[in-house]
Ligand binder design. Structure first.
Ligand SMILES: NC(=O)C1=CN([C@@H]2O[C@H](COP(=O)(O)OP(=O)(O)OC[C@H]3O[C@@H](n4cnc5c(N)ncnc54)[C@H](O)[C@@H]3O)[C@@H](O)[C@H]2O)C=CC1
Ligand SMILES: CC(=O)C(C)=O
Length: 259
């Protein structure tokens, strides 16, 4: 119960890693604001949180819209009576050879994975400063933010960029008592990986499941990551034990990429 009484906002909280983070932070004692484009999924997660005896609210928003992200932060504060932790988790993957990627594809993924995190950082820091309180900003990068993978080039570029934003924001906001860190998962069994695997199958002719299994085979600990594995690390980043950590983007990947 390390964050009892705190308010946490989780973008992309409707499924996968975001859902696991929201449930874990609720178990840690926080009230949760869920933000996602998918209202139905969010409501289901909110119901799970309430069943655990915690407060939850939902706000449908597209994180690529600066205004919608600011509105989501305002909603979290007004609905839950405070604002302490911002988890910029929402993101999309994109499997495409660099020679074939289109302008529309680039602008779409930059909008969500880069701009969405930037607006989340900006809106959260602004709210913490308005409230004259410290805060935690936690961003979703990836092992793809440390290594460039074939067929995932623009996705990797966005995750490298999240690391840069994390470092710059940490330096800019340290004097306000705001820490900014990222989490870098490996291969997590979510719907995102189902979509990645299906796209690889389309492009390469590999059997469905083969790409996912190939990535998992490289993991030293011998199993795919679960969303709860990621949520456990985010629980640390959201709690007081990480107060002296900022600007970092550590890997938590079961032993796949070593830095
Ligand atoms: N699944 C994996 O293996 C890994 C995932 N990550 C990152 O973790 C984060 C979560 O990934 P997953 O849970 O696997 O993905 P997911 O695709 O299963 O869930 C993503 C959630 O974000 C929401 N979302 C997508 N675009 C949005 C937008 N524009 N505005 C608001 N919500 C939006 C979706 O509706 C969905 O609920 C992403 O940033 C991803 O890049 C990082 C490393 C590995
Ligand atoms: C989706 C993602 O970031 C990886 C590395 O699987």
């Amino acid at each position: 119960m390390t964050i009892t009484g705190k308010v946490a906002l989780v973008t992309g909280g409707g499924r996968g890693i975001g859902r696991a983070i929201a449930l874990r932070l609720a178990d840690d004692g926080a009230a949760i604001a869920l933000v996602d484009t998918n209202e139905q999924n969010m409501e289901a997660v909110a119901a799970e949180i309430r069943e655990r005896g915690r407060k939850a609210t939902t706000f449908q928003a597209d994180v690529s819209s600066r205004q919608q992200v600011y509105d989501a932060v305002d909603h979290a504060e007004s609905a839950l009576g405070g604002f302490d932790i911002m988890v910029n988790n929402a993101g999309i993957a994109q499997v495409q050879p660099l020679s074939e990627v289109t302008e529309n594809e680039v602008s779409t993924i930059l909008g969500v994975n880069l701009e969405g995190v930037l607006w989340g950082i900006q809106a959260a820091a602004t709210k913490f400063q308005e409230r004259k309180q410290p805060g935690k900003i936690i961003n979703a990068s990836s092992i793809a933010g440390h290594d460039g993978f074939a067929m995932l080039g623009v996705y990797c570029a966005t995750k490298f960029a999240v690391r840069a934003l994390t470092q710059s924001a940490a330096k800019e906001y340290a004097s306000d008592g705001i820490t900014v860190n990222s989490y870098c998962p490996g291969v997590v069994g979510t719907d995102m990986w189902v979509e990645i695997d299906e796209r690889f199958a389309e492009l390469t002719g590999a059997p469905k499941g083969a790409t996912y299994e190939k990535f998992v085979e490289g993991i030293a600990l011998g199993r795919a990551q679960t969303p709860e594995d990621v949520a456990g690390f985010v629980s640390y980043l959201a709690g007081p034990d990480s107060d002296y950590m900022t600007g970092q983007s550590p890997m938590i990947d079961g032993g796949l990429v070593y830095r």
